[in-house]
Ligand binder design. Structure first.
Ligand SMILES: *Cc1c(COP(=O)(O)O)cnc(C)c1O
Length: 397
């Protein structure tokens, strides 16, 4: 079927790639060992630190986010090591399964997929670990399957209060460059991210931001690794090069995306996401439906999970919306499959893109026969046209 106009890609990643970034990638591939490459390499390897808010090294793999998860595990952990993880949702569950495949013993704190990491529980578990057997706390910052953003700053404080020396490893694959994130200030040891969400790039880059403590742990780690070995990356990275062929054109795109983030200002980028999250949740309430996230202090600025009433199929709603309005929404994943759909409001996004998205959802609810009130779009417009009230600056810290 012919479709006119632009497809609405409102899944919470991959997100819409700006034309500026697409044009920046439309370049001849260059020799990654030649003199011109070092300039690009240095620019992105240095520039990306500002996005993670770190002064330490960030390695960039040609990989999906899942690859960067694996890199974090194999560099720091060895089979038989114990770690503490929290069931915030589908992505936390997948990372846990991966750790288990590598022979890591995971203490998995159960969760209801509607809340983030409870800092008090982390403190309790670490305090109880008298033998100091837990090597790392591994949590997901922005749980993309639920629309819940955990308070990593509070998790850090909980770890400090326990006096435990466990490493802190955080997945902010869908949080980086959309939700406030501070690698150094929160003393995160390994931050894992990817290119296709807040960074507004196509899929294909995986990131690890690495603390000195994590580097020391990697040096002492006897586990076999090759492709993901930080040491092999960091050596050539110091002069702007990579140990193997990097995703050169994605790096051109990354340079441009970082320029866009710098022009807008990271704080403005975060405030924009918070405001769109707020307007989107107002729409959900206007429909008389439920937001999956329960705790207002953990509402994600990146995406909103919408609970479909009992007896109705969230995938049927998504199907109608795709067919009729050419818009992709996120499916419910894992335990909430069929019960939830997810609206992405991240990356290269503005007020009218949000209103188009919400209008599509409101029409879809009607066509799919889901009982609702037709006041969602109106409620979101009220939020977006509010005057004299400064944008709520909720610090997820
Ligand atoms: C997208 C995502 C992943 C997986 O990334 P891929 O690039 O699909 O491998 C992992 N964790 C979170 C929180 C994500 O949003």
């Amino acid at each position: 079927m012919h479709r006119s106009g632009r497809h609405f890609l409102q899944i919470p990643g991959p997100s819409t790639v700006p034309d500026r970034v697409l044009r920046a990638m439309d370049m001849p591939v260059i020799d990654h060992r030649g003199p011109d490459f070092a300039e690009l390499g240095k620019a992105v390897l240095t520039g990306i630190r500002k996005i993670f808010k770190t002064t330490g090294p960030v390695v960039i793999f040609p990989s999906s986010g899942t690859g960067a998860w694996e890199a974090a595990i194999v560099n720091v952990l060895a089979p038989g090591d114990r770690v503490l993880m929290v069931e915030t949702g589908h992505f936390a569950t997948l990372w846990r399964q991966m750790a288990a495949k590598f022979g890591i013993e995971v203490d998995f704190v159960p969760g209801d997929w509607r809340h983030g990491v409870d800092p008090a529980e982390i403190e309790k578990r670490l305090t109880e670990d008298k033998a100091r057997a837990i090597k790392a706390v591994m949590v997901v910052h922005n749980e993309t399957s639920t629309g819940v953003t955990s308070r990593i700053g509070a998790v850090r404080q909980a770890i400090d209060r326990s006096g435990h020396s466990a490493l802190l490893m955080v997945d902010t694959i869908s949080g980086l460059a959309s939700a406030d994130y501070r690698h150094d200030e929160w003393k995160v040891d390994v931050t894992v991210s990817g290119s296709q969400k807040g960074l507004m790039l196509p899929p294909g880059l995986g990131f690890n931001a690495i603390s000195e403590k994590a580097l020391a742990a990697a040096e002492a780690n006897p586990t076999t690794r090759s492709y993901w070995d930080w040491r092999d990356m960091l050596k050539p990275n110091s002069t702007g090069y990579f140990p193997y062929t990097p995703a050169t054109n994605l790096l051109y795109g990354l340079k441009e995306a970082m320029a866009m983030l710098e022009e807008e200002g990271l704080d403005q980028v975060f405030a924009r996401h918070i405001r769109h999250g707020e307007a989107c949740r107002a729409a959900v309430r206007g429909w008389g439906l439920e937001v999956l996230a329960k705790n207002p202090a953990e509402f994600s600025p990146v995406l909103t999970g919408v609970v479909v009433p009992e007896g109705h199929d969230a995938d049927a709603v998504r199907r109608v919306i795709l067919e009729k309005f050419d818009m992709s929404l996120g499916a419910g994943l894992g335990k909430v499959a069929g019960k939830v759909f997810r609206i992405g409001h991240l990356g290269h996004f503005n007020d009218l893109m949000l209103m188009g998205t919400l209008a599509g959802v409101e029409m879809g609810l009607k066509l799919a026969g889901v009982p609702h009130q037709a006041h969602g779009v109106e409620a979101a417009m009220d939020v977006l046209t509010r005057q004299g009230v400064p944008d709520q600056k909720r610090a997820v810290a």
